[in-house]
Design a protein around this ligand. Structure first.
Ligand SMILES: NC(=O)C1=CN([C@@H]2O[C@H](COP(=O)(O)OP(=O)(O)OC[C@H]3O[C@@H](n4cnc5c(N)ncnc54)[C@H](OP(=O)(O)O)[C@@H]3O)[C@@H](O)[C@H]2O)C=CC1
Ligand SMILES: CC(=O)N[C@@H](CCC(=O)OP(=O)(O)O)C(=O)O
Length: 345
């Protein structure tokens, strides 16, 4: 299969290149750049030297959609809204890693992203690519909206409890933390080294663009609207997300019962690992991998559940989940090309 990456010079695009370079079904990778066409990728990033050379190409949607079997879009939000309509109707399947195609409601996109939304017809073609919950639709899709990093961790943590209608709808609190690579490669005041190191900061309070994405999927599971309190914090580490989720149960459950519930949903899912009762994961348990590790318990004094969900934001939160989606789109084993073990320490 031939794969193309838009945004290959960015953090998500680099991870895509790293994974696809050793994927057994990928025979050729084409890299596109809006700013550095003509330059050689391996000279720009010597860490990738030692194999084939890749000259960065100009974006030419007409050529791209006929020459590639799959196109990964890993550009800032706002780019895919315009580019995807031009890429439809060709040979290539499209996997968008940005937030542009995730929200069904264009007005919600405008409200939360403060940018013009993609055309409604394009949004209607896109399937939400959370493989553990949506694999059937993904297999039949032509366009995938890859989930956001925070929503991936949050939704995998909440899925079993919300699907089983166990939670008091108004009780959901997601307290999320991310490493700085979540903000991409361009410096901003929040992620500048001198500001971020030895610092721990909350940001986008009640304004984060992932709130409607999380609520949209919760309403798919529950059939009604579940507003969430969702807070994001910047942690002085390179990669990793931890979502600590609190929900109040409608009825009493033991920690063992909740553990069994999570196993029921995830035992057959290769990339979600549920910890034994009383055990909780850390971000380094999944570093560099496609895993989401989850720990769950309940406090019998408050009847409140604590769910801890960790991912690597650039992997399960972006690039490796996109490749998992590619595997499903092309009817491959979803594990193909996704190395099994995280990097440690
Ligand atoms: N970082 C993360 O953890 C996650 C990021 N995402 C999303 O994935 C996308 C990529 O993120 P990330 O890799 O971190 O971002 P980066 O800022 O690191 O890289 C984005 C890349 O997009 C390319 N680009 C910029 N403008 C355009 C344009 N007009 N047309 C085409 N390409 C363009 C640039 O490459 P060039 O100049 O060579 O074209 C740039 O290298 C974003 O939408 C982000 O929100 C999603 C989940 C997690
Ligand atoms: C640490 C950090 O700044 N993270 C980013 C993640 C953004 C992202 O991935 O954006 P989309 O999924 O909407 O494309 C943020 O919180 O905005």
């Amino acid at each position: 299969m031939k794969a193309g990456i838009v945004g290959a010079t960015g953090y998500g695009g680099m991870e895509l290149f790293r994974i696809l370079s050793t994927h057994p079904q990928i025979s050729q990778i084409m890299l596109y750049s809006s700013s550095r066409a003509g330059e050689v990728y391996e000279e720009m990033f010597p860490r990738f030297a030692g194999g084939s050379r890749h000259e960065l190409q100009d974006l030419d949607p007409e050529k791209m959609k006929e020459e590639q079997d799959v196109l990964f879009l890993a550009a800032p939000s706002g780019v895919s809204s315009e580019l995807t309509p031009e890429l439809l109707g060709g040979k290539a399947k499209i996997i968008d890693v940005s937030g542009d195609l995730r929200l069904r409601d264009p007005e919600a996109y405008q409200q939360w992203y403060k940018k013009p939304p993609a055309p409604v017809e394009t949004l209607q073609e896109a399937v939400y690519g959370l493989p553990e919950w949506n694999s059937e639709a993904i297999r039949a899709a032509g366009v995938i909206a890859n989930p956001g990093c925070y929503p991936t961790a949050s939704l995998l943590g909440l899925g079993p409890v919300i699907s089983e209608n166990l939670a008091d709808p108004s009780s959901i609190v997601i307290d999320a933390k991310s490493g700085v690579s979540g903000a991409g490669k361009n410096a901003n005041p929040l992620t500048h080294f001198a500001h971020a190191q030895e610092n721990f900061q909350i940001y986008k309070v009640n304004q984060h663009q992932h709130i409607p994405e999380i609520e949209q999927q919760l309403s798919v599971w529950s059939g009604d609207t579940r507003p969430v309190t969702f807070s994001t914090h910047l942690v002085p580490m390179t990669k990793g997300i931890m979502a600590t989720i609190y929900v109040t149960l409608k009825e009493e459950k033991t920690a063992e019962e909740l553990h069994s519930l999570f196993l029921k949903y995830y035992e057959s899912k290769p990339f979600v690992r549920v910890r034994r009762p009383g055990e909780f994961p850390a971000t380094k348990d999944v570093y560099g991998s496609n895993y989401c590790d989850i720990g769950v318990t309940v406090d019998p004094r408050t009847n409140r559940v604590t769910i801890v969900s960790v991912i690597d934001n650039l992997m399960k939160g972006a690039a490796s989940q996109a490749v998992q989606n590619m595997n499903l789109l092309f009817q491959l084993d979803e594990r193909t090309g996704l190395a099994p073990h995280p990097v440690y320490p």
